[in-house]
Design a protein around this ligand. Structure first.
Ligand SMILES: NC(=O)C1=CN([C@@H]2O[C@H](COP(=O)(O)OP(=O)(O)OC[C@H]3O[C@@H](n4cnc5c(N)ncnc54)[C@H](OP(=O)(O)O)[C@@H]3O)[C@@H](O)[C@H]2O)C=CC1
Ligand SMILES: CC(C)CCC[C@@H](C)[C@H]1CC[C@H]2C3=CC=C4C[C@@H](O)CC[C@]4(C)[C@H]3CC[C@]12C
Length: 410
């Protein structure tokens, strides 16, 4: 029995709306077909469990296959996490396999779109079960010798216990953040574009929305090993915040601008779409360039040129369990213009891929609004971390580069 037959078989009397959670109901109201029928229970929905299990197994497989290993930064308690460095290949193989599957199952995009709320319910259950396991594992069989002060159980569940837990031989955060959440993001936006095409006809603006997100995610996978140096990996523990975020929040909110366009076809003209594409490509390029300048600078230990001149920097020191270490804070190139210009370009890009929803009020821009809040908060979190790590050198850097995201303003 095909997916669509399974769905038809399971669908109850027309007009009967039984939602599993308030969030699911909200989602159906916000963007999708409000007359959609959701008659089956949370755990009895084979279709959504099948989709979630297939993506999860595929993600696990990508981390099991033999391939280059990558050592992440050592923690202050002396643990070095090990990752699989095959993200870029993983993305393209996954996308090719998915498109082949859709070619032979042409009802799939609309089926998935109509049952998206059930998929999210399954992801919710998965996140919950995983985080209970991570809590128990962190208390009973931790990976490292790190000693954490005891906190209330609910807090430990939310924040997580371990920085780098492994399950079935793979790093949990690489699995949830990079291989499940971001792959689901890519496959979902492609699915929503195809569903919109099947439902309303071809839309250039919707295609632009997908192309921008695909380039962005390809850029992420190209640089996946760089992600292992970021706050999410070195500071955030594998708990409900980050795991639920990647298993549920990324597939739902991060894809929302594309999801919304299925039931609300873009009103933007062909010229408008071309302009949006241009804005997005410029923003991705600049965002990549800012991240690249820092990587390049660090890889050459400051002995490099940026914008045609030798790089300038502030010398910094920090202390770990193994003694005092040195670092450099770049003050030229984009890092001399503002301290977080990569976030500014990231926001411009997010705005670009929300713009195809122009004319439908604030809802298509929900991801952009969320990202403004997330990134402004992240600026403060990151600077708190850097200030504690580098002390006076950080203050000196902030004097030399006084603005955070928008020169002259913030
Ligand atoms: N769409 C989304 O949800 C999000 C996307 N992103 C994107 O992910 C990418 C990475 O972002 P993220 O990890 O948050 O942050 P950054 O890439 O800005 O990294 C911040 C770290 O870089 C180091 N650093 C800071 N200033 C300097 C300097 N002047 N010279 C050298 N090193 C410096 C510090 O780490 P150290 O301790 O090594 O010195 C600091 O903690 C960006 O492109 C961002 O836009 C980020 C967050 C959310
Ligand atoms: C639950 C929510 C209120 C908070 C969401 C938590 C997480 C899902 C997200 C927090 C930081 C996000 C990311 C950081 C950096 C990234 C690099 C970029 O190139 C791709 C996206 C991402 C991996 C992004 C993914 C979601 C977060 C982990």
């Amino acid at each position: 029995m095909g997916v669509s037959e399974v769905l038809r078989y399971k669908v109850g009397p027309p007009g009967m709306v039984v939602t599993t959670t308030a969030g699911v109901q909200l989602l159906a109201r916000l963007g999708g077909d409000t007359n959609n029928t959701i008659p089956w229970s949370l755990l009895g929905d084979t279709f959504s469990w099948t989709v979630v299990t297939v993506i999860l197994f595929w993600a696990l497989l990508s981390l099991w296959v033999p391939g280059k290993e990558f050592m992440g930064p050592q923690t202050t308690f002396g643990y070095t996490p090990v990752y699989k460095a095959n993200g870029f290949q993983f993305l393209w193989v996954s996308l090719a396999a998915f498109l082949t599957f859709v070619y032979f199952n042409q009802n799939f995009p609309l089926d998935l779109y109509n049952n998206f709320h059930n998929i999210l319910s399954s992801c919710n259950v998965l996140a919950f079960v995983l985080c209970i396991y991570l809590l128990v594992k962190g208390k009973m069989w931790p990976e490292s010798s790190e000693i954490l002060p005891s906190k209330p159980l609910m807090y430990e569940f939310y924040r997580g216990m371990e920085l780098h837990p492994r399950i079935l031989g793979v790093d949990v955060k690489q699995l949830t953040n990079c291989r499940f959440g971001l792959l689901a993001w890519e496959l979902l936006v492609v699915t929503f574009f195809l569903a919109g095409w099947q439902r309303n006809g071809f839309s250039l603006a919707h295609l632009v929305c997908v192309i921008l997100q695909t380039i962005y995610l390809a850029k992420f996978y190209w640089w996946e090993t760089g992600y292992f140096n970021t706050l999410d990996i070195i500071l955030d523990r594998a708990g409900y915040y980050i795991c639920w975020g990647c298993l549920v929040f990324v597939p739902s909110l991060y894809t929302f601008s594309s999801y919304y366009l299925v039931a609300n076809p873009p009103l933007v003209s062909a010229n408008g779409s071309a302009l949006i594409l241009l804005l997005g490509v410029v923003a991705i390029t600049l965002n990549y360039r800012v991240d690249w300048e820092k990587e390049h600078f660090r890889a050459h230990d400051g002995k490099c040129t940026l914008w045609g001149r030798p790089a300038t920097y502030v010398e910094a020191k920090y202390t770990t369990n193994t003694g005092v270490r040195r670092s450099k804070l770049l003050t030229s190139g984009f890092w001399g213009v503002a301290r977080h210009l990569n976030y500014t370009f990231e926001l411009t890009l997010a705005l670009a891929w929300c713009l195809p929803g122009l004319g439908y009020g604030i809802l298509p821009f929900i991801y952009f609004i969320f990202l403004v809040i997330l990134l402004v908060h992240r600026v403060f979190r990151d600077e708190e971390k850097c200030s504690a790590k580098y002390g006076d050198a950080w203050d000196k850097y902030c004097k030399e580069v006084p603005y955070r995201m928008i020169p002259g303003i913030f």
